[in-house]
Design a protein around this ligand. Sequence first.
Ligand code: FPP
Length: 249
Amino acid sequence: MDSLLHHIEKGGLPHHIAIIMDGNGRWAKRHNKPRVFGHQNGVKAVREVTEASAELGIKYLTLYAFSKENWRRPQAEVNTLMRLFVSTVSKELNTLNKNNIRLKAIGDLERLPKRTFEALKNAIESTSNNSQMTLILALNYSSRWEITEMTKSIADQVSSEKLGIEDINEEIINANLTTHAFPDPELMIRTSGEHRISNFLLWQLSYAELVFSDTLWPDFNREDLYSCILEYQRRERRFGMTGEQVVKS
Ligand code: FPP
């Protein structure tokens, strides 16, 4: 089969892709297996999409792995997911280093179980000098939580007179978000046919192209990723300008 890779315009790649990995539970159900089987098979897709993105030259890839709302799931499923994060991050450490991938995380990390937090911290430290791509895991993350924390931090700087109210602008807001070191994603992909943002990067996705794939996450492979990038490349990004202005610039 002719890979969609050959149709991608290399000069027009997004610098940052963010993905809501959805559909693990439904995938497991289709295979008559418990939900955790879906998460275990989701790891294969994480590996493939990470590898394909790095090979393409994507600089930042953010994966929504666990939201603050996900704590409401059955305790056994939460425990399995936390163990899966520890084992995957530890097992993949060599591969990350071999492929020159730097690991980062966003979210309320200190409230993760100690073992998950420690495994993550260790992988982040040991990959910190890698430069081909930055893989960002959103863990115990929700955008409203992040925006609330940003607001508290700015209010604190104002009340201690480190910052004046008149100095607050988009740059200051960006600097106080957990994503301050990363550019905004130009492309957001959600799998499994759901058309929602689900409290993910609400500020940062302001101008992103949203691409929805019907594929359930464990089946999502590099060709699905290429297909989403091609859809992104077919769209015209206007940033509030007219179509004619975009063509000229
Ligand atoms: C959503 O599917 C998936 C999750 C909440 C967990 C994502 C975790 C992985 C892909 C496993 C490993 C990840 C890393 C980064 C090591 P769902 O359970 O909501 O599916 P459903 O909507 O079909 O129920």
